[in-house]
Ligand binder design. Sequence first.
Ligand SMILES: [Zn+2]
Length: 521
Amino acid sequence: MNTKWCGLITLLIVAAQGWNAVDGAVIAEGAKVEKLAGDFAFTEGPAADAQGNIFFSDIPNNRIHKWSLDGKLSTFREDSGGANGLYFDKKGNLLACEGGGRRLVSIDPGGSVTVLADKYEGKRFNSPNDLWIDPKGGVYFSDPRYGNRDGMEQDGEYVYYLSPDRKRLIRVVADMVRPNGVIGTPDGKTLYVADNGDRKTFVYQVNDDGTLSNKRLFAPEGSDGMTIDNEGNVYLTTKVVAVYNKDGEKIESIEVPEQPANVTFGGRDNQTLSITARTSLYAVRMRVKGAGQQTGASSKYEQDVIKTSVGDLTITCIGHGTLMFSFNGKIIHVDPVGQEADYAEMPKADLILITHEHGDHLDPAAIKTLSKQETQLVLTKACSQSVTDGTVMDNGDVKTIAGLKIEAVPAYNIVHQWSAGKPYHPEGQGNGYVITFGDKRVYVAGDTENTPEMKELKNIDVAFLPMNVPYTMTPEMVADAAEAFKPKILYPYHCSQTDPNSLVDLLKDVKGIEVRIRNLR
Ligand SMILES: [Zn+2]
């Protein structure tokens, strides 16, 4: 290949990775698996605390270690009961499956141990192995038995669920040979369980009461410990770390010098994959982040990272019409409302944008909770009647606030109305906002329909368009607008009962628009 072509192709590949990150490798460009610490007997159960420090078990040596952000190794707990899988709860307690102690325990930050479960129907567990805590605080854990069968009291190897109030313990998987790895999605609706005895991994739907249904084969191999990233990819540990996308297609294999037993995301930015493998702890920098792995408040939501010319923009999908952006050390909240998040746990705002005065967009209490001395608030005239101290932007205004260029785009109904002549959102009142982050322009539309002003927008990289009837757009109206102004990435949001997947169908033949479905009902 001549060098000119080679250079051009390289450039195209780099450009493609820089933008359409979803198609890229999960590992950061150029990153290598590195050994952090060694000389252990058998490492397992890596778990990240809220800061991103990694805790892991050395099972035969009966210890739990901590690998801190500054690269220091320490011992967190001696006589760990043969602790295997670990996971932090939202309060900062470390839950541990004690395989030797045959129980599930919670270790508080001071080191005090509480037994959460040690028997099912009066019989001791086999050897609890791996666990996952759902968003409600319930615990799924596997209870296989490796090696000798001495003293087994259970009549088989199962997966259990301990309810958030710790009062109810149920068997949720009773048809596997040797269940092991357990991991769920941040929305708590999907659980992956590896049957290491049958060398297969399955995916389940999680029901409201913690039971599982709709079992499907996910991957034709089993796994020891597992984890999941913010794109929904699932990481199995086999002879390598095998990465499957959410459709169950293997997309990558991460080779490790020793055979991996478990994986988790950690580090300050939740973007380092930690791997416990036999005698060592390894890590590799990633392009993707962990999903809900950390206990930091914002990580229980789905997040996407958009590369810009001046650093990463992280989008946190909080719910319905509510979003958070992190960019260049700044936090921007859009329509924060208490019904979608506990804002006492969220990072304080440098900038808050409010689209209009309806209760699912304007919540003075949430604004107050998120505000610090230098927080800037942008809102509409109607909003300024209930919240003072904000900067009012009228339709069409352009301002630079908190160092970001903000354009106010009209948001209103053309068709849908309360009654004749009374649209849900009258023209001239509500705003959508186009925010410029480096070389990327992000449009958050607010409550609107496919207005001429929307359809005339130019150079939108990311768009959030509302899609619920009767108040905003039908999927067809969203598709019509998207075809007109062609955002590169389109998030249907503010969906309520409207199925966002219907938009994927409507736009399947339109090139250049990637529809991303997130938990924005
Ligand atoms: Zn509204």
